[in-house]
Design a protein around this ligand. Structure first.
Ligand code: AHM
Ligand code: MG
Length: 328
């Protein structure tokens, strides 16, 4: 690390001004809060079900509920947001007029909730859009292609707490120093390797996968015909953790459509877009099976999409398989 730690807040304020820096500092506060809650989960009896189901029909965990409340409060109190879309809330939250600002934030407060109870890495995913002034927000302000986001990031709560962020000029990673309570720039200008040695997918769904392309790709990973070594399978089942590893080591993450989830499982606004934005900013690619993921125009806030993202060359391979199928 260079002499003189580059701290997150100082770095952010240097690179941005005013409203955006304040918004980010509130997001960072939310991440620190959730990180503390995740670390104490077992001790504070925060694991287990909260007894309610969310809009996707999934059982909510206590930590999901808490994390959602934390982020809503952190974002509203920043005075810089006008619309909030959370995975946990069926409807978008329109911030009360007195506290409105120009940013719309879409987020999954605690992604990978099936991994909470066993202490595996989970995370928060965030995407940010900007509108002119936020005085008269409309739902169309968040129903925009991911390429219009002004920033995206995630915070991974694992063996370390790591915040990975892009404001459209590359990707930086910051690790929380628990003794200081500050995020330190530990991974400047992250670039994903052009090709990776691993693939990441819930292969247990293979029987139900829609179409042949992902099966062909996975077969190529396991039984390469070009003399290259077989790829390793790495799958945690927490998108933040799987994408984080993919970003740092290279490789490929896919969640295709299947018979259970005909549009894929992952949500466009706060899962697919944020991660696709980071991948592109790091030099990788993100593809839906039909188009560049960031070009998608969502029509509802909890829309889903298949997603294939990762190292540039690995995504090229799956795009080629789709292109070949389209020519038949
Ligand atoms: P969640 O938002 O309800 O936690 O679901 C999203 C998670 C992702 O983190 C992960 O990539 C995926 O679901 C795993 O799904 P599966 O268990 O079907 O492999
Ligand atoms: Mg999620």
């Amino acid at each position: 690390m260079e002499f003189g730690l580059v701290m997150y807040t100082a770095h952010t304020i240097r690179k941005s001004r005013g409203d955006f820096a304040i918004l980010l500092s509130h997001i960072v506060l939310g991440c620190k809060f959730v990180c503390t809650a995740v670390n104490k989960a077992g001790l504070a009896k925060l694991i287990g079900l909260a007894g309610e189901t969310n809009v996707q029909g999934e059982e909510q965990k206590k930590l999901d509920v808490l994390s959602n409340e934390v982020f809503i409060k952190a974002l509203v109190s920043s005075g810089r947001t006008c619309i909030l879309v959370s995975e946990e809330d069926e409807e978008a939250t329109f911030v009360e007029p007195a506290l409105r600002g120009k940013y719309c934030v879409v987020f999954d407060p605690l992604d990978g909730s099936s991994n909470i109870d066993c202490g595996v890495s989970i995370g928060t995913i965030v995407g940010i859009y900007a509108v002119k002034d936020g005085v008269d927000p409309k739902i169309e302000d968040v129903l925009q292609p991911g390429k219009n986001m002004v920033a995206a990031g995630y915070c991974k709560y694992g063996s370390s707490c790591t915040l990975v962020l892009s404001t459209g000029k590359g990707v930086n990673g910051f690790t929380l120093d628990p003794s200081l309570g500050e995020f330190i720039l530990t991974h400047p200008d992250i670039k994903i390797p052009i090709k990776g040695k691993s693939y990441s997918v819930n292969e247990g769904n293979a029987e139900n996968w829609d179409g042949q392309q992902q099966s062909m790709y996975v077969e190529k990973c396991k039984y390469p015909q070009d003399g290259s070594p077989a790829k390793s399978l790495r799958y945690i089942g927490s998108m933040v953790a799987d994408v984080h590893r993919t970003l740092l080591y290279g490789g490929f993450f896919l969640y295709p459509a299947d018979k259970k989830s005909p549009n894929g499982k992952l949500r466009v606004l706060y899962e697919v877009f944020a991660m696709s934005y980071l991948m592109e900013q790091a030099g990788g690619q993100a593809f839906t099976g039909k188009q560049r993921a960031l070009d998608l125009l969502p029509t509802k806030i909890h829309e889903r999409s298949p997603i294939f993202l990762g190292s540039y060359d690995d995504v090229e391979e799956i795009k080629a398989l789709y292109a070949a199928e389209g020519q038949k």
